[in-house]
Design a protein around this ligand. Structure first.
Ligand code: DC
Length: 231
């Protein structure tokens, strides 16, 4: 019975870490390499944040945010092996990627009701597909039984440099100092929250990619995963 259960189990890889550590670039490459589904869970919190922003609520108005949660119709569909977030059935675009949206996402993610609201959506996908999921609490809360857990991190300055270039490429106007300050603020906000703080799972493998480019990071992570797949 147990054996049959195990045979049906999907293989899940959790990639957690602070913003700008390169989780999504890494997860996308690994998903393509192993033929797994890629899920960016930050996009879910960003979408809730966008909805709240459009409602005209402050990002820290917990009572108002909780009171409208059941109005939100959020779902995910898989397109080319990637989870696409739908809000009221429509794909959300780069609107969820602005610095203001990052603040909203980080603030709404501190609310226990928001996290509970998004829990099953994430777990259901991982239960049905071999999945690489990136976020902050994947290894600790969402998929505590994931077969591989990687905690990806890099220095504040390096993460700010990467995020700054990314925003510039998207045509979002900002400057390096502001991005660095945002990163430091958001790390603290995500790490020190009471629920599902953004910290490594006890059994996560720590991967510092401050001195690695994307190829180097992919190679290092693939070595960790291949080792686990052999077992
Ligand atoms: O990964 P990201 O930067 O797009 O995430 C945006 C915010 O969402 C981040 O500041 C913290 C929150 N988040 C979270 O609390 N848990 C996750 N699994 C993913 C993101």
């Amino acid at each position: 019975m147990d054996k049959a259960k195990n045979e049906n189990r999907t293989f899940n890889i959790a990639i957690d870490g602070p913003s700008g550590s390169g989780k999504s670039s890494l997860a996308k490459r690994l998903a393509a390499h192993y033929g797994f589904v890629y899920i960016d869970t930050g996009a879910l919190y960003r979408t809730i944040g966008l909805f709240i922003q459009k409602k005209g609520f402050a990002s820290d108005d917990t009572e108002a945010i909780v009171s409208v949660l059941d109005e939100i119709d959020i779902s995910m569909r898989l397109i080319d092996g990637k989870g696409e977030v739908l809000l009221f059935g429509e794909p959300v675009g780069d609107e969820i990627r602005t610095p203001k949206s990052s603040v909203y996402a980080s603030d709404v993610s501190k609310i226990p009701e928001v996290r509970t609201f998004l829990l099953n959506l994430q777990r259901d996908i991982a239960a049905k597909n071999n999945t690489i999921m990136d976020g902050r609490d994947i290894g600790t809360v969402i998929l505590p039984d994931a077969q591989v857990k990687i905690f990806l991190y890099a220095s504040n300055e390096e993460r700010a440099r990467r995020r700054y270039l990314e925003l510039c490429q998207k045509g979002i106007k900002t400057d390096y100092r502001t991005v660095l300050e945002d990163i430091i603020w958001r790390d603290k906000n995500d790490r020190e929250r009471e629920i599902a703080p953004a910290i490594p799972a006890e059994d996560a493998i720590m991967l510092d990619n401050s001195a690695l480019d994307l190829d180097g990071t992919v190679e290092a992570a693939a070595r960790i995963i291949d080792e686990r797949l052999k077992k």
